[in-house]
Design a protein around this ligand. Structure first.
Ligand SMILES: NC(=O)c1ccc[n+]([C@@H]2O[C@H](COP(=O)([O-])OP(=O)(O)OC[C@H]3O[C@@H](n4cnc5c(N)ncnc54)[C@H](OP(=O)(O)O)[C@@H]3O)[C@@H](O)[C@H]2O)c1
Length: 219
């Protein structure tokens, strides 16, 4: 497949680009700093693009079968985080112009403000308040995508991320804001970025999570 990757220079994005190339896909990485992506491959094109600009994106999306977004934006205590919504609105509009119909985008467990009540004490009272500005804008982006009818989107929600390569671990999935274990409480709290990339790429051949958000973890 021809995959346009956003956030390709990030920690998850780099795993995703490597795996996509290994799987024989043709990748266009849309980045703000091409020098940051050191991997070279005949099937990899690296282009500089403004992720907030429809005009800056549309020509690079032309011909793609799917857009995969591993974009991430830092916590902001004062002004709020807007990168997720601003980039997604531009990307969706550019996809319409370029006639690309599929997008897979990463957010996180606990984007729903009411979803963290069963999480561990430290996560609930320390981590979630700390990263709330990021989660809130991810949540807004998810709400925006709920209104997008003409594009097949999937939101992938992982728990905490560790810088580990892809493994053979089994995935646990749940249509919700975390993956519950048998007791109803969150099943674990972290997984490897390589496995997140592996899951996102597995969706290329699946219609299971179209127009849905799926929480994931590994067993
Ligand atoms: N950390 C966790 O435990 C955790 C848990 C669950 C979900 N997540 C989410 O998972 C996603 C991926 O995480 P990660 O750790 O792999 O992210 P990351 O390493 O921080 O990578 C973020 C990517 O977004 C790009 N980006 C940010 N602002 C941009 C801009 N203005 N224009 C163009 N590109 C921009 C970065 O480009 P540059 O390389 O040029 O900066 C980079 O490629 C993020 O949304 C993160 O919030 C994280």
């Amino acid at each position: 497949m021809r995959i346009a990757v956003l956030g390709a220079t990030g920690q998850t994005g780099q795993f995703l680009v490597d795996q996509a190339l290994q799987q024989g896909h043709v990748v266009t990485a849309l980045v703000r700093n091409p020098n940051k992506l050191t991997v070279r491959h005949d099937n990899l094109k690296v282009v500089e693009a403004d992720i907030f600009s429809v005009d800056g994106l549309k020509s690079h999306l032309k011909g793609a079968d799917v857009v995969v977004s591993c974009l991430g934006f830092p916590i902001s205590f004062f002004s709020g985080v807007t990168g997720y919504t601003r980039s997604m609105r531009a990307v969706i509009e550019a996809m319409r112009v370029a006639e690309v119909n599929r997008i897979i985008a990463i957010t996180s467990w606990y984007t729903d403000p009411n979803s963290g009540t069963q999480s561990q004490y430290l996560i609930r009272f320390l981590l979630l308040p700390l990263i709330r500005s990021v989660l809130s804008n991810m949540w807004e982006m998810e709400q925006y995508l709920q209104q997008v009818d003409d594009i097949n989107w999937t939101v992938v929600r992982p728990p905490g991320l560790k810088n580990l390569p892809s493994s053979a671990l089994e995935f646990l999935t749940h249509e919700g804001y975390f993956v519950p274990g048998q007791d109803g409480y969150p099943a674990g709290s972290a997984m490897g970025r390589g496995d997140v990339a592996r899951f996102m790429l597995s969706l290329l051949n699946s219609n299971t999570w179209l127009k849905k958000g799926v929480a994931i973890t590994t067993k």
